[in-house]
Design a protein around this ligand. Sequence first.
Ligand SMILES: [Zn+2]
Length: 309
Amino acid sequence: MRCIICGKEKEESLFTDEHIFPDAIGGCLIIENVCKDCNDYLGRKVDCGLTEDFLVKLARYAHKIPNKQREIINPFSNLREESTNRSVDFTIDKKTGEPKAPYVFPGPIQFEEKTGTLSFSLDVKDRNKAKDIVRKYAKRKNLPTPTEEDLQAMLDNATVCSERPLLSGKVKLNPNAVGKGMLKIVYEMAYYWLRDCYLSDPVAEEFRRYLLNEDVNEPQIRGSLCVGLDIFKKLPQNVCKDSSHEAFLMRAGNRLYAMTRVFDCYEMRACISEDATKYELADDDMPCIILDAVGRVKQEGRRNDFWFG
Ligand SMILES: [Zn+2]
């Protein structure tokens, strides 16, 4: 059996199921012609650029698509409360994805010497740590050790307020990494539809060179990545949902293009062959596939049936 990524002939036992659209985003379309080594490499170096992208993680979270460990991932990390700049931990229930009350890390202690007043803020969940915090502070600053009565009085007089903090965080987007993940889908969809005769296409060769080489960031492939939806928004809404992925082929002049989209996050239009005539595909017979990422079901047919049927 020959691997469609590294091109090597290997024993069948050295192959494993490859998800064209990654499993982490609810992909349920599988091919068997990728060797274990390449499958592993693609997962670590290519797919993750797409699945770990912030917009994609938001969609995975919004549609409650679990990872391999059957857990819902939390797209929010390193948040801060805007007015005080305190760190806030936002956690979710890994089974249901429901957010838990945010946890606010302890704020700095302020000591006013004139009045001898100590003030600090804590998350209400840390209430039982308050006495210890004061004892340690007093020791560090060589202040008189507070009595148990003082400490209890402090707790009894503490103000508890319920806040609705405005949280902010930083997001990094890496279009190169997203683009690589999208182009892997394009290449494997091209193989899925055109089968073995696609492997000798010069554009297919360029795809493999790009996918297998970590240093190639600008492939010689005609393609464009779009954030949000441009082409696919024209599909009827009952077919094309925010929680689905799609791909179809189309011809423009002598070129054959594959269009793919992942959720309502990204779409990629890429040329998969400079010589469309090789593949004997009529314009009204272009294949199309729609994957429901939540139900993990696929619908296959001709593009025209989905778009105009
Ligand atoms: Zn391989």
